[in-house]
Write a protein that binds this ligand. Structure first.
Ligand code: ADP
Length: 304
């Protein structure tokens, strides 16, 4: 039996459909990522699983317990970190941790070993008000607060949003160590590049999953040629690429454009020739392996 089992989950807010029939199975000890842009429905799904929101239809179970009828039992075993600031701003670092321990009828002393790895970094600031912490520190404290009652499942809603890149990396390292202790982790993120830190991911778009697999499994299903194109005028390059009938999709990807083809006979040399003709000098076209983001853009377009 999986730790999380979701079938046909639906939720709307008035006439906004946030979940349009979601199925999900998460196994014990997995880091499972729910990845999608703002508004995709990630928070709604995670809040239902954390028993904080009622679904309209479908079922969701945590270790066989129903999120609606068995919510009290589930809460004892689940640590939830909401997307927005969950700490008490006026309480100190230490007081926040004590408060969350008390909420679950335990003490910091009893379960300190569960958070010591992370909390040690906060200890120099233990008397500081939570409001005065940096983003990365707040996120570490919120994780400690979600862990202090010894849950076996962590549900983390966008824990790395708005956090600096170094703290993001550190945070994922911490999740890796928690997984080694047997904790199952369901984590949402809008950052496609974080897919690689998960065992499996579900890509979410407009209340639906458009792909569930390992990150490697997703990109191996991409199944099309993908090129990067670079030049000196990237803006003009994008519109000229999009105007080429042999090109299917063209997206700006950092400092390059990613291109897929409609015409499989079309060669790199033909594209370089076309771009030269359009007045672009020093253009380079190269093969590139697809990323999860390429998969997301391609699938999203196919389903639009
Ligand atoms: P995500 O976490 O991926 O950003 P959400 O689950 O927060 O997605 O939102 C999904 C959709 O539901 C969005 O269109 C959002 O505007 C809408 N929504 C979320 N919460 C509410 C609410 N309390 N009332 C009305 N609409 C909501």
């Amino acid at each position: 039996m999986g730790v999380i089992s979701v079938i046909g989950l639906e939720k709307s807010y008035g006439d906004i459909f946030a979940l349009r029939g979601v199925d999900l199975d998460v196994g014990a000890g997995e880091i499972f990522g729910v990845i999608g842009p703002d508004g995709a429905g990630k928070s709604t799904l995670l809040r239902i699983l954390a028993t904080l929101l009622l679904p309209d239809a479908g079922s969701a179970r945590i270790r066989g317990l129903d999120v609606v009828s068995d919510y009290e039992l589930i809460r004892r075993d689940v640590g939830y970190m909401p997307g927005r600031f969950s700490l008490y701003s006026d309480l100190s670092v230490e007081e926040n941790l004590r408060f969350f321990a008390t909420l679950f009828s335990t003490t910091v002393e009893e379960n300190y070993h569960l958070v010591s790895d992370i909390y040690r970094q906060l200890e120099p600031f233990s008397k500081r008000r939570a409001a005065a912490l940096s983003g990365g520190m707040k996120q570490k404290l919120a994780l400690c607060c979600a862990l202090i009652h010894a849950p076996s499942l962590l549900i983390l809603d966008e824990p790395t949003t708005g956090v600096d890149p170094v703290s993001r990396r550190e945070f994922w390292d911490m999740l890796g160590r928690l997984r080694e202790r047997g904790i199952t982790i369901l984590v949402s993120t809008p950052y496609m590049d974080e897919a690689g830190r998960c065992d499996r991911v579900a890509l979410m778009r407009e209340g639906r999953f458009i792909g569930i697999d390992t990150p490697a499994g997703l990109v191996s299903g991409f199944g099309r040629r993908l090129w990067t194109v670079r030049g000196s005028d990237m803006f003009a390059l994008l519109s000229d690429l999009r105007a080429n009938p042999a090109i299917d999709t063209c997206f700006a990807f950092g400092d390059v454009h990613h291109v897929t083809l409609r015409d499989e006979e079309y060669t790199k040399r033909m594209l370089e020739e076309y771009l030269r003709h359009k007045g672009h000098a020093g253009v380079s076209v190269d093969d590139t392996p697809p990323t999860v983001e390429d998969y997301y853009l391609d699938r999203g377009r196919a389903e639009a």
